[in-house]
Ligand binder design. Structure first.
Ligand code: G4P
Ligand code: NA
Ligand code: NA
Length: 189
């Protein structure tokens, strides 16, 4: 998405060689029209996959997850984050470390909303090391649902997340791939 690249060049800030601040577009403020375009793009890339549900993790995955779900005409399911989780037999849970926050959280999806009759498209805003993504993939696997693939707005290709997930044989579609943030410069792949 060329328009998205331009917006990132103008509105994102390089924090250091690893982290790009995307508060203006993804993590604090969202542009509804641009987010609608993202959703339509993911929906078209996964057309014909018989998606029954879009799944994401709260909070920053929700806007683009929503527009993708709207474009596909299916519900959006978002995994919830909890600080400490009391064992819940009615939910799938996974413990995930967070790259930016330096903390561990539990993500949770109720068994009520995910089962082996589902084919899910996993949408997320950013992929870095992929810890959160791997956690949600494990939950999807345990539910028996089929994973059609991932749709990621910003893939930081210099970190291992997207590559290792592709190596598992899972399809990963990214709207923008960033090769490097070295020297404060955003270099696209
Ligand atoms: P991930 O690759 O599966 O996202 O897992 P990772 O543990 O690497 O990243 C954890 C969190 O850090 C995610 O947000 C992810 O979006 C965020 N993150 C990673 N790299 C960057 C970056 O360069 N810029 C920004 N702005 N965020 C980054 P989260 O914990 O899911 O929080 P939320 O935004 O959904 O609330
Ligand atoms: Na996220
Ligand atoms: Na995030």
């Amino acid at each position: 998405m060329e328009r998205l690249k331009e917006r990132i060049l103008h509105e994102a800030t390089v924090i250091n060689n690893d982290v790009l601040k995307l508060d203006a577009l993804l993590n604090h403020q969202v542009d509804p029209i641009l987010t609608m375009e993202m959703g339509k793009e993911f929906a078209s890339r996964y057309a014909g996959e018989a998606i029954t549900k879009v799944i994401t993790v709260e909070s920053s995955g929700i806007p683009v997850g929503f527009t993708t779900a709207l474009a596909l005409g299916v519900p959006l399911l978002f995994a919830r984050r909890k600080k400490t989780l009391i064992a819940d037999p009615d939910a799938f849970t996974e413990r995930v470390p967070s790259f930016t926050k330096g903390i561990v959280t539990d993500i949770m999806v109720s068994r009520q909303f995910l089962n082996d009759s589902d084919t899910v498209l996993f949408i997320d805003d950013i992929i870095a090391n992929g810890d959160a993504a791997r956690g949600l993939i494990k939950i999807i696997e345990r539910s028996g649902a089929k994973l059609a693939g991932l749709g990621i707005v910003v893939e930081k290709s210099f970190q291992a997340g997207a590559r290792t997930i592709r190596e598992q044989g899972i399809r990963v579609e990214s709207l923008v791939q960033i090769a490097s943030l070295e020297g404060g410069k955003i270099q696209f792949l």
